[in-house]
Design a protein around this ligand. Structure first.
Ligand SMILES: Nc1ncnc2c1ncn2[C@@H]1O[C@H](COP(=O)(O)OP(=O)(O)O)[C@@H](O)[C@H]1O
Ligand SMILES: [Mg+2]
Length: 536
């Protein structure tokens, strides 16, 4: 149909612009899976390239013909002129859709003589390019995509798919100006600025997706780049993690008990190991009603509780190294202590904020955070070195360290990866940690060692009960978790209700779960010594 030149941006004849779209799927590619993104306009085809053997992520999007491209251009211009900027309290997408319809209706009457114009298809593109993410819209609309990355001109966009992992796509920018336009637009809708003078941007897109962009060849020799880490509106919960096999019900029950007891916990792992996701799931198991303050650079935490103050740091407005108006994580952690949080959550510790967090924890606040490190030992080493500089004598205030990792799963012919909590360790001091759970990489299961737990022993002493009674309580909670998995009660709000019910009525809730699950045991046992309350 059109030439590639026409498909990819402006053409010689005046200002006529085609929407940027994906290239056709090579005919020798073998379709593995197909699903709809925006019916009937955009579909995803997972295809196998017979030559390389690799998988590719292809978007099959209906294309506009010449006549439709002309109307698309006229409409785009008309809309840009006629649309007023909506009031800030108005949902811009809904506003756009209503106003665009009116303008299109007017225009359509004027164009009445033209038959067979697919107005809905044109509107799909207008919507995509004016209020959506433009050529990235299909990728951004697929919940299976975790992140997208565009490494420069003439290179395919890459996506990370939750089932098929990293794959090239059929979106390629061949013109500098098209790529630059997209980046400028995305940065603008994030309320930020990008230019050759400020070629690096870290911004939050609508929908809380995190954008990292570089502009032109200032810092990236292949031209502008962008990476988007997508935000999930429906967060991964502990029940999802159980279904994925990230952990087992016993480990989850142990963590639930420990979170309710406000144990200070650190999640350790590499980039994209699932640290923030686990942190969020842990936060959802804290005692109901407890006051939580979260501190992050970009808001990723998403918990279904009311007594929660999310705080976000702000970079400097100053040029070069001058720091004007900056509010750092360090400033926020200090300030947050005056809000009397019962649990302070720092998204990721990197610098001096770790030091303040540990001071807070040492004075009785609960604390949760993540840290970039391979294992618990290197995490502790990082914590106690510059710039974090936590005194080694403060390390015992850390109770639990959980190591999250993307691992190769055993027993499949195709390489299959998954995220696993490969170890749960109780911290005694800088040199001593007790491993209470461990992932077995040959069998893909978890081995527990609860009788060695030092934290259970400590909690038992504090509550004048025995470690065995607490282990029994953990096993009763395991029944509740199994029941949640079986009933597929996975949604954050549903889980919050069950956790709250269990907190106030452990016997009844446990009995209901046991009964519905068909295990008698949960009912006959004595009630929990007491539901976990703070040890401090
Ligand atoms: N246990 C898990 N199972 C499946 N997907 C996960 C899991 N944990 C995280 N993810 C996905 O992996 C991506 C990276 O997770 P994130 O928690 O942000 O990693 P990190 O904080 O370690 O960089 C996200 O898209 C998230 O939805
Ligand atoms: Mg993270």
């Amino acid at each position: 149909m059109e030439t590639t030149k026409k498909q990819n941006g402006s053409t010689a004849d005046g200002d006529l612009k085609s929407p940027i779209t994906t290239t056709p799927i090579p005919t020798n590619f073998v379709e593995v899976e197909r699903y709809a993104i925006t019916e009937p306009f955009a579909y995803v085809v997972i295809a196998k390239d017979p030559e390389s053997g690799g998988y590719a992520y292809m978007v099959d999007e209906l294309k506009l013909n010449e006549e439709e491209i002309q109307i698309y251009n006229t409409l785009l211009k008309t809309l840009q002129m006629e649309l007023k900027v909506p009031r800030s309290d108005v949902d811009s997408k809904a506003y756009f859709e209503a106003s665009a319809r009116n303008i299109v209706d007017k225009y359509r009457i004027a164009m009445g003589r033209m038959a067979n114009i697919a107005w809905s298809k044109i509107l799909y593109y207008i919507d995509r390019d004016m209020v959506g993410f433009g050529a990235l819209n299909a990728f951004m609309s697929d919940p299976a995509i975790e992140d997208v990355s565009l490494d420069g001109l003439n290179r395919p966009l890459y996506v990370f798919h939750s089932k098929y992992e990293s794959m090239p796509t059929n979106l390629i920018f061949t013109k500098e100006e098209d790529l630059d336009d997209l980046i400028v637009r995305l940065v603008h809708i994030s309320g930020k600025h990008v230019s050759t003078a400020f070629p690096l941007v870290d911004a939050t897109l609508p929908g809380r997706h995190r954008l990292m962009a570089t502009y032109r060849k200032e810092v990236t020799p292949f031209g502008s780049t962008l990476t988007i880490r997508k935000f999930r509106t429906d967060p991964v919960t502990i029940v999802d993690m159980l279904k994925f096999g990230t952990l087992n019900t016993e480990l989850a029950a142990y963590l639930w008990y420990m979170m309710e007891s406000r144990l200070t916990t650190i999640v350790v792992g590499a980039t994209a190991a699932g640290k923030t996701t686990l942190l969020n799931a842990l936060a959802s198991m804290l005692r109901p009603g407890i006051k939580i303050v979260t501190i992050e650079e970009v808001q990723e935490m998403n918990i279904a509780v009311d007594n929660w103050v999310p705080m976000i740091s702000r970079p400097s407005y100053g040029l070069s190294s001058e720091r004007i108006g900056e509010v750092s994580l360090f400033d926020l952690v200090k300030a947050s202590l005056r809000m009397r949080p019962e649990v302070l959550i720092v998204g990721e510790v990197r610098g001096e904020e770790a030091y303040v967090l540990f001071q807070a924890v040492s004075t009785g606040h609960g604390g949760l955070c993540t840290i970039h490190a391979e294992d618990v030992r290197s995490a502790i080493k990082r914590l106690t070195s510059k710039p974090m500089d936590v005194a080694p004598s403060y390390i015992p205030f850390l109770d639990l360290a959980l190591v999250s990792r993307r691992v190769l799963l055993p027993g499949s012919d195709r390489m299959r990866f998954g995220r696993r909590i490969i170890a749960a360790e109780e911290v005694v001091d800088v040199d001593t940690q007790v491993r209470v759970f461990e992932w077995n990489n040959a069998k893909d299961n978890f081995v527990s060692n609860l009788h060695e737990s030092v934290k259970i022993k400590k909690l038992a002493e504090f509550r004048a009960t025995t470690p065995e009674a607490i282990i029994d309580e953990i096993h009763r909670r395991e029944v509740v978790l199994k029941w949640l998995v079986q009933r597929n009660l996975r949604h954050q709000v549903e889980l919050q209700k069950v956790f709250t019910d269990y907190y106030y009525k452990p016997q009844e809730t446990g009995a209901l779960a046991a009964q519905e699950l068909g295990v008698g045991e949960g009912r006959s046992k004595a009630p929990s010594p007491q539901t976990a309350v703070s040890a401090r």
